[in-house]
Design a protein around this ligand. Structure first.
Ligand code: ACO
Length: 329
């Protein structure tokens, strides 16, 4: 097993206070039911950004907490890597808005786009930056205002997603704890199974776009489900192989929180029993790239991750992209 080079030294989360339960969809004219949503996804409620909450403001809340726990001040940040599928503006990045908000004057800041896998992509980039000596202290944030890009007239997607942010401070590992292995993969041939058809530079905003609602997320749910299970299972295997570990060595599996059935299938494939799997999709829905850092922060707070715990992280998202990482805490 390799000696870790980079480690998480503090985490935080920033989730909106506004809770929307499965029962609240009726009030906005969505024909659905708690039973339909819960049976297919495991989701009971999600957080929805209101009153001016933005991708940047949620990221700032998560980042302040992570810096406080890591005992790091904004001036120490060499780099801010922000993963999002919901940037506040298309130009410039939300990472630079976060940099300004935090007052992290020395940091290089940029967004990363790998959808739900984005935070693990960002963590892998951070590990590389520390390994190469480019940076010593890096803030890696996943922040998503999914409520802004789902089609609130499409009941097959709008019920699945939620808003929130999670952050971690990454520094050089000093005590033998840290990132033990990483794995990243993408397959752009499958991009049209989960995407936003319009709003970019090619299919720009127009009356037609607004009429056809193509600026919002489109998802082939069943296809996504199949690929998610297959890819997350592969990612789990690859991270274990790379760290020369087996499922018995894993104290906690934290998968991307998209759907409890995808989570159960991934855990079963990896021979990890559900009591060793962290699940909060029931309370947050799918917060895309924020889901894993939010879950890590909660798991630390609740004692599910302890000193010395070996944690397997697995993600899958639009692209498709998939990724995994093993961290010893
Ligand atoms: N409430 C009630 N009925 C609904 C709803 C709803 N919210 N949404 C769809 N339906 C109806 C459909 O209209 C359809 O009705 P019909 O049979 O009369 O045509 C019926 O329910 C079945 O629809 P399906 O899409 O076939 O339902 P399925 O069992 O496949 O479940 C779901 C749909 C939950 C989307 C499932 O496919 C899934 O979980 N896919 C994975 C999606 C996901 O997790 N994506 C994110 C992962 S990647 C990432 O995080 C970016």
């Amino acid at each position: 097993m390799k000696r870790p080079i980079a480690a998480i030294v503090g985490t935080g989360r920033g989730v909106p206070e506004g809770v929307m339960t499965n029962y609240d969809f009726a009030a906005i004219g969505i024909e659905t039911s708690h039973d339909w949503i819960f049976e297919r996804s495991g989701i009971v409620e999600r957080r929805i950004a209101r009153n001016g909450e933005t991708t940047c403001s949620m990221a700032a809340e998560a980042s302040h907490k992570a810096m406080e726990r890591a005992d790091v001040h904004p001036g120490q940040l060499d780099m801010i890597i922000l993963s999002t599928a919901t940037p506040d503006r298309l130009l410039p990045s939300t990472a630079v808005d976060l940099q300004a908000e935090l007052g992290a004057g020395r940091a290089a800041a940029f967004d990363i786009g790998a959808a739900c896998s984005g935070w693990l992509y960002g963590m892998t980039v951070a590990e590389g930056m520390i390994t190469s000596g480019v940076a010593e202290t890096i803030l890696v944030v996943g922040s998503e205002k999914m409520s802004a890009i789902v089609d609130w007239k499409d009941r097959a997607t709008c019920v699945l997603f939620g808003d929130g942010s999670g952050a971690a401070i990454v520094q050089r590992a000093k005590t033998g704890k840290g990132i033990l292995s990483t794995f990243l993969r993408s397959d752009g041939k499958l991009a049209d199974l989960l995407y936003r058809p319009a709003g970019g530079a090619t299919n720009q905003f127009s009356q037609q776009v607004l009429d056809e609602r193509t600026q919002f997320v489109r998802m082939a749910g069943r296809e996504v489900f199949k690929h998610a299970v297959r890819s997350m299972s592969e990612a789990a295997d690859r991270a274990l192989d790379a760290a020369r570990l087996t499922a018995e060595d894993i104290d906690l599996l934290i998968p991307h929180q998209a759907n409890v059935r995808i989570i159960e299938a991934t855990a079963k494939h990896s021979n990890i029993s559900m009591d060793k799997v962290y699940v909060n999709v029931d309370r947050f829905g799918n917060t895309s790239s924020a889901s894993i850092p939010i879950a890590i922060d909660e798991a630390l707070e609740r004692g599910r991750i302890k000193e010395g715990s070996t944690v397997l992280l697995v993600a899958f998202g639009a692209g498709f992209t998939w990724a995994s990482m093993i961290i010893r805490f």
